[in-house]
Design a protein around this ligand. Structure first.
Ligand SMILES: Nc1ncnc2c1ncn2[C@@H]1O[C@H](COP(=O)(O)OP(=O)(O)OP(=O)(O)O)[C@@H](O)[C@H]1O
Length: 396
C-alpha cells in the first residue's frame, strides 16, 4: 500500500484531498504545519492557527487517519519572512505563496513526509499532475492547470522541480470547488462550509503595511505625479538592428526624476509600495485616482500617474535573469537565440496572455502581444503550453 502525507490545513480543500486518497486505497497521514506567526501583529482573537489545527485534527479523526502537527515556524521565518523583508527593502514585491510551495510545502514538509516513510505528499491545490512515460523507462512530470478555471492554482506551484513533482499528488485538481464542498458535506467533514483562506500562507491573516513596518523603518519622502504626456511615454521608437535590441528597448522601464512631474504628497517609505498600487497613497484632489507607476527606494520617491490607463503602468516586455529562470520542464528549456510562443501570466488569476519567449545568453525575454499593466519586479511570470505550466521566473 502506498503511503501519502497530506498537508491538512484545516480547510475544505485539504480535508477532501485526504478523504479522496483514503477512498483510493492509500495509507494516509495528516500533517498540519504551524508556520511562522507574527505574534506582534496578530491579536489573540484573530490567531488562526489554533482553530485551523483543531479543524484539521477533527477531520483526521473523522477519516480515521493518524495526525500530527509540525512546527515549521523557524524554517518559515528564515526562508519566507526574511526574504520578504529583503525584497521589499530592495523595492521589489515578492510572492510568498510561490516561495512557500517551493521552500516549505515541497521541501521542508516533503522531507518530513519522506522521513515518515511516505511515497508522496498531497495538497489541496487546484492543479493536476501529468506523467509522460519516456522511451528509456523514465518519467517526465507535468504541472497542469486545475479543471476548475475559477480556482486554478498552478501558478502558485510554478517554481516546482521535476524532483518535487515526482513526489506530489493533487487529488482535487480534477474537481471544481462546488464539487469539493459537496463531497465534504456528504461525508460530514466539519470544514465543508468553511470559508476559503486568503491564499497567502500567512500574510492574508496579517495586515501587510503593519507587517512591513516592523522591520522596514518609516522614512518620509515625496509622491510625484507624472503626467500622461511626459516625454518618457512619447512614441518615438528608435530603429533597431535586430530583435534583441528591440526587446531590450521594450523591456526597459522608464527612468523618472523628481522634475518629471509635480509633488502631490508625502509617503512614509517608498519600500512599502508596489507598482500598480492605489491604496495607501492618501492623496486627494486629483481627477482620477493615483496609481504607483514606479518606486525609487534609493532616493525614496514614489512616482504615480492618474487613472488605471496611465501609460506609465504599461509595458509589452519583461526580462527574467538567467539565475532566476526556472523550467518545470527542463526538456523544453530554450537554447540561446531560440524563441517559443506561449501563454503567460504575471499574477495569480490573471487570464492567460499571448506571449513569445526569447532566450538570450543571460536570461529570457517574455514579449506579450498586448501591453500588460503593472509588470512588477520580484513577482513571478509563468508560462504555459496549452494547459501545462512549463516554466517561470522572477520579473527583474
Ligand atoms: N498549515 C498547513 N498545514 C498543512 N498543509 C497546509 C497548510 N496550509 C496549507 N496547506 C496545504 O497547501 C494547500 C494549499 O494551501 P492554501 O493556503 O492555498 O489553501 P486552500 O486552497 O484554502 O486549501 P484549504 O481549503 O485546504 O485550506 C492546502 O490545501 C493544504 O494541503
Amino acid at each position: 500500500m502506498k503511503k501519502v502525507v497530506v498537508g491538512l490545513s484545516g480547510g475544505v480543500d485539504s480535508s477532501v484531498t485526504a478523504h479522496l486518497l483514503k477512498e483510493q486505497g492509500y495509507e494516509v497521514i495528516g500533517l498540519f504545519m504551524k508556520n511562522w506567526v507574527d505574534d506582534s501583529v496578530i491579536i489573540s482573537e484573530e490567531c488562526p492557527w489554533v482553530e485551523d489545527s483543531n479543524d484539521a485534527l477533527i477531520v483526521a479523526e473523522k477519516l480515521g487517519i493518524p495526525f500530527q502537527t509540525v512546527d515549521l515556524s523557524t524554517e518559515y521565518k528564515e526562508r519566507i519572512v526574511d526574504y520578504m523583508f529583503s525584497e521589499y527593502e530592495k523595492g521589489r514585491t515578492p510572492n510568498p505563496d510561490v516561495l512557500c510551495n517551493r521552500e516549505i510545502k515541497f521541501d521542508v514538509f516533503l522531507k518530513i513526509a519522506l522521513q515518515l516513510g511516505a511515497d508522496f505528499v498531497a495538497t489541496g491545490h487546484y492543479c493536476r499532475k501529468g506523467v509522460i512515460k519516456n522511451d528509456d523507462g523514465s518519467e517526465t512530470y507535468q504541472l497542469l492547470a486545475g479543471k476548475d478555471p475559477n480556482k486554478d492554482q498552478s501558478y502558485f506551484l510554478c517554481q516546482l522541480s521535476q524532483e518535487q513533482l515526482s513526489k506530489a499528488l493533487f487529488p482535487i485538481g480534477e474537481l471544481t470547488k462546488p464539487e469539493v464542498r459537496k463531497i465534504a458535506a456528504k461525508n460530514n467533514l466539519v470544514t465543508a462550509e468553511k470559508k476559503d483562506s486568503q491564499g497567502l500562507c500567512f500574510i492574508g491573516k496579517v495586515h501587510l503595511p503593519e507587517f512591513l513596518q516592523q522591520k522596514l523603518k518609516p522614512k518620509k519622502g515625496v509622491i510625484v505625479e507624472v503626467p500622461s504626456d511626459a516625454s518618457q511615454f512619447s512614441n518615438s521608437v528608435p530603429s533597431f538592428q535586430n530583435k534583441k535590441e528591440e526587446l531590450a528597448f521594450s523591456a526597459e522601464k522608464p527612468i523618472y526624476s523628481e522634475t518629471d512631474g509635480r509633488v502631490v504628497g508625502e509617503h512614509q517609505g517608498a519600500h512599502y509600495f508596489t507598482i500598480g498600487q492605489r491604496k495607501g497613497l492618501n492623496v486627494g484632489g486629483t481627477k482620477e485616482p493615483l496609481f504607483v507607476i514606479d518606486t525609487d527606494v534609493d532616493k525614496n520617491i514614489i512616482y504615480t500617474g492618474q487613472g488605471k490607463s496611465h501609460p506609465g503602468l504599461f509595458r509589452n516586455t519583461l526580462f527574467v535573469n538567467e539565475d532566476e529562470l526556472h523550467w518545470v520542464r527542463p526538456d523544453l528549456a530554450l537554447e540561446t537565440d531560440d524563441s517559443m510562443e506561449v501563454m503567460a501570466r504575471i499574477r495569480y488569476r490573471q487570464p492567460l496572455q499571448k506571449a513569445t519567449l526569447y532566450k538570450i545568453e543571460n536570461g529570457l525575454y517574455v514579449d506579450f502581444e498586448d501591453k500588460q499593466s503593472a509588470i512588477t519586479e520580484g513577482q513571478f511570470v509563468a508560462w504555459y503550453l496549452g494547459e501545462e505550466l512549463i516554466g517561470s521566473g522572477v520579473i527583474s
